[in-house]
Design a protein around this ligand. Sequence first.
Ligand code: PMP
Length: 441
Amino acid sequence: MSHVFPRHTKAQLPTAVAGDGCYLIDADGKRYFDGSGGAAVSCLGHSDADVIKAVQDQVGKLAFAHTSFLTSDPAEELADLLIANAPGDLDRVYFVSGGSEATESAIKLARQYYLEKGETERRHVIARRQSYHGNTLGALAAGGNEWRRTQFAPLLIDISHIAPCYEYAERPEDETPYDYGQRVANELEAEILRLGPETVMAFMAEPVVGATSGAVPPVEGYFKRVREICDQYGVLLILDEVMCGMGRTGHLFACDADDVAPDILCIAKGLGAGYQPIGAMLCSKQIYQAIEAGSGFFQHGHTYIGHPVATAAALAVVRGMLDRGLVKRSGEMGEKLQAALVERFGQHPHVGDIRGRGLFRGIELVADRETKTPFASSLGLAKKVKKAAFEAGLICYPMSGTRDGVNGDHILLAPPFIITDEQITEVVDKLELAIGKSLPS
Ligand code: PMP
């Protein structure tokens, strides 16, 4: 009997024993194509020799040094590399151990920034209905997904949620994509005015929405308008690129495609690529200088921040991505994946939308293509697709729909950047089989 506490207590999970490129292998020798990189984590596949060596070398040299006392070479080098490639005036990197710690840290940094500046009234965060920012209490409060929040609602800080930018599901036919984007961005301004501009400290959003809706990119001009509004009211823009960052969309940082730079940028998942748990929060010079000139101390920390082995792994991951052209490859293979999905499912009566950027793709399943009506959530369609795909040897990331904050069933694909043309065909073949098996007859 297992003593591991799994998330799904009734699930009987096979045991993973090895990784080989894009595949995971279980104890019976069955191979699974990792079509979602776990949850957009394994961007370099499961057996990257350079990253493995970097981890082995670092653990042999220096396993741990607490950052209250010492810094380390890999942490310094990784921070330099990230900042050299980061948008805007992002200038400092605060390392953490995962995505929730990154978004949680961002909320606390925003608050401390305004305290240092004497704007003590600023305490409100605004986020979006269709979003996920992590599972710790602050991060969970920021996320707008009702299903994840409901049972913990009494414990959550008060964060208001405005409309997402979800063109497929929410743009009326008689509105242009641009106008739609401007209109939903302007909800931010309305909410800032409702709360009182002097009380709002930050707006948090995912550039390309991941877990709650399946790789939904913004329409053109949306984030530019958001940035304008934030600047006008002195509200910090926090972009959560925990899932969509680190090359996943064909850009090292997803916001590069929107030509918008945040004040705080959160990354995780692809940063450690699964070789080590690591996340990071990048902040602007202005924020860092306010802390430096003020108390000189960020009142927030974790034991494992800047962990030498985790940062050594991430350094090898980011170097690998940049030196081997894998970010570009993510963009190119992503276009091929999109084309293959459109070719196979473009006319499918129950596929409403195929979307995304780079190797971050989503397929939305609908009962009726014309009306975009989702399937009844009682069908548990996404769960069925997940199971059928897994049986066929494909790991993908479906989410079930019609719960508040999740518009229908979608399947998220986020394969490793080393995926080949043949493997794209393998993914699409297996997905077709899984969808076929799962749809109601
Ligand atoms: N933000 C986003 C956008 C995410 O997708 C996730 C994880 N799915 C998180 C935050 C939380 O990251 P973690 O699970 O590493 O805490």
